[in-house]
Design a protein around this ligand. Structure first.
Ligand code: F6R
Length: 241
């Protein structure tokens, strides 16, 4: 693990964008695994800026997002499809046909998970996976459990995650109760992982993830076993480390 401790959220975002930009420059047709949530928004802003400055070309880039809420349509402004368009895709020259996100409206959950895993496989796997960290240690929507899920699957969100994500919805009741997510195995097969963490509210779980026992009770702890993880965390998040 390479751990970069940076001053604050802005520095984290700039550094993350540099790592992702280097990936795009060295392999223009790379497969980026992307995350949503508050953490990567600044990173996506920096990438858009680099594109506008003529430093980056997304025309050959392919993407696979980590997860999507079950039951939300693409045009729902809380769907991760909407998020990605809003924060990144609509601002750069990416080919939308090359972007992939689980279909939140799929009725047959098992079929959708199998389809999504096939998509990732057919892309040749993920070159660089961006990850954020949930307060309970989740990555993607892999919530604490008694085992690590190997592949894309449909999960029940925990009360802690519903509580954390209700800020984006009118009320907690509006937060979907289920989501499709890449499995821990899917994530671990990415060739490189960029793990972004910001804020004092993540300090305790970041310490457990980086230095605690590797256990499905703290899903992010599995990253200790990945051969190429770049952690970019700000001082507040690193306070306990
Ligand atoms: C989002 C995702 C989640 C978030 C995590 C942290 O695609 O997979 O694991 O990364 O919930 O969310 P924020 O960044 O909002 O604190």
């Amino acid at each position: 693990m390479k751990i970069y401790k940076v001053k604050n959220y802005d520095e984290m975002s700039k550094k993350a964008a540099s790592v992702i930009a280097a990936q795009i420059v060295t392999k223009p047709d790379c497969v980026l695994g992307l995350a949503t949530g508050s953490t990567p928004i600044g990173t996506y802003e920096c990438l858009v800026e680099k594109y506008r400055n003529g430093e980056l070309d997304f025309s050959e880039v392919k993407t696979a997002n980590l997860d999507e809420y079950k039951g939300l349509t693409k045009d729902n402004d809380q769907s991760y499809y909407y998020f990605m368009n809003h924060h990144l895709f609509s601002h750069v020259n990416i080919d939308m046909a090359q972007t992939n996100i689980p279909d939140g409206t799929a009725q047959d959950a098992a079929a959708e998970c199998a389809r999504y895993e096939d998509v990732i496989r057919s892309l040749g796997g993920v070159d660089l996976q961006v990850l954020g960290l949930g307060h309970d240690g989740h990555i993607g929507f892999n919530e604490p459990d008694d085992h690590f899920a190997a592949e894309t699957h449909c999960v029940d969100l925990t009360e802690m995650t519903i509580e954390a994500n209700k800020r984006f919805f009118a009320s907690a009741d509006d937060v979907p109760r289920q989501a499709f997510t890449m499995g821990i195995g899917t994530i671990m097969r990415a060739r490189r992982i960029v793990f972004l963490v910001s804020g004092s509210d993540k300090a305790e779980i970041l310490k457990k993830s980086l230095y605690g026992p590797v256990t499905p009770a703290v899903p992010a702890s599995i990253l200790q076993f990945h051969p190429d993880v770049v952690v970019i965390a700000d001082e507040a998040a690193m306070a306990g480390c």
